[in-house]
Design a protein around this ligand. Structure first.
Ligand code: ATP
Length: 369
């Protein structure tokens, strides 16, 4: 059982660089929280401060309500799994998992019980006598997890544990880790720069950029209601399409003007834009590739938000097709039905599902509606 509380946490390195700025987060017991963001955004630094491997420059870290800023790493009851899982090559799987317990002078029969229980959970029972070199990448990663599990820690910290695995194994291990979280009922904090991993694993995601938390939410909310332009662009693959658009009022109707194209806004979004004083201003409009369509149904529903464009690239991925084109100089991607007849070089009529358009302030980059 463990809850964590990070209050106004800062990390300033001796060279003066601020890697983490005013990080605030409450993590409930049994939560699976993901820290995600581009390289260098401060994810690992934050995790290492929680582990006690890095000093906290400012702020308070609590585990189960107790301040642990000055508690030694070994006394924090935390286990960390790294990306280079560094197993001892000369030891068997069993000994690799038992090693930490032996060091702590845990009685032999208890070690045996703990190692076998971890091996059962991780499906490693048949591999206990093998050496690491006789294991696959995924099996080695499971042993590394096993080493953490036998310690029965309050909190698991995982720093890109899957980044050394190939694509297929990563997907497999992702499912394993989800199941593990359920079985152990443990609190897990997991660092990755891979937004797909974040979206599929976490119950809550912390998106970071330049040492600053951008948004903390469930995967679904991050996807459907990003707080700012960065989160909108970072979460989702292929990326959300962005374009500059001027907010224009004509009679009762409000349009987004993108170059020579006028895209009619639904009344709800129009109302918010007007109320917030955006009439006549340029905003950043964002729309996900699945909300750009060449289907008859969408074209008839959103005739007032349609335009024609030449396909630059047609990409068939099996269950879906990506069409790449330009709209007034802005690069666009449409994710369409594979039965589409559109091909590279064709002029195609597209409609935007305007109920799903996101609008951001050009200066602050914050979401307007
Ligand atoms: P990655 O995904 O590449 O591991 P990250 O988000 O985990 O990135 P951190 O490792 O937390 O990033 O690093 C955050 C920033 O702090 C980076 O810009 C890094 O260069 C800087 N940094 C890390 N360690 C030190 C140090 N000892 N001294 C000065 N700056 C450091």
């Amino acid at each position: 059982m463990a809850s964590l509380s990070l209050e106004h946490i800062y990390k300033k390195y001796p060279n003066g660089f601020e890697a983490v700025k005013d990080f605030n987060l409450e993590i409930a017991d049994k939560e699976f929280v993901i820290f995600v963001g581009p390289s260098g955004c401060g994810k690992s630094t934050t995790l290492r401060m929680i582990a006690g491997l890095e000093e906290i420059s400012e702020g308070t870290l609590k585990i189960d309500g107790k301040v642990v800023n000055d508690v030694e790493p070994k006394d924090r009851d935390i286990a960390m799994v790294f990306q280079n899982y560094a197993l001892y090559p000369h030891m068997t799987v069993y000994d690799n998992m038992a090693f930490g317990l032996k060091l702590r002078k845990v009685p032999k029969d208890q070690i045996d019980k703990m190692v076998r229980e971890a091996a059962r959970i991780l499906d490693l029972e048949h591999l206990l006598e093998r050496k690491p070199k006789a294991l696959s990448g995924g099996q080695r990663q499971r042993v590394a997890m096993g080493r953490a599990i036998v310690r029965d820690p309050k909190v698991f910290l995982m720093d890109e544990p899957l980044s050394n695995l190939d694509a297929k194994l990563r997907v497999q291990m992702r499912t394993e880790i989800s199941k593990l979280h359920e079985r152990l009922g443990a609190t897990i904090i997991y660092v990755t720069h891979d937004q797909t991993e974040a979206m599929t694993l976490g119950t809550r995601i912390v998106v970071m950029k330049d040492g600053v938390v951008q948004q903390v939410d469930t995967p679904q909310t991050l996807y459907n209601a990003p707080d700012n332009l960065f989160v909108a662009g970072f979460i989702g693959s292929p990326q959300m399409n962005f374009m500059d658009a001027e907010v224009k009022k004509k009679g009762e109707d409000v349009y987004l003007k993108v170059g020579s194209h006028s895209l009619l806004l639904p009344p709800g979004k129009a109302k918010v834009l007007l109320e917030k004083g955006y009439e006549g201003k340029v905003v950043t409009a964002g729309i996900r590739p699945e909300n750009v369509s060449d289907s008859e149904i969408m074209l008839s529903q959103y005739e007032s938000a349609s335009f024609e464009s030449e396909i630059n690239v047609y990409e068939l991925l099996g269950a879906e097709v990506f069409l790449y084109f330009e709209l007034e100089g802005f690069s666009m991607t449409a994710r369409v039905d594979p039965r589409t007849t559109a091909r590279t070089g064709d002029m195609v009529k597209f409609a935007l599902d305007m109920e799903h358009i996101h609008l951001f302030d050009k200066e602050t980059e914050r979401s307007i509606v």
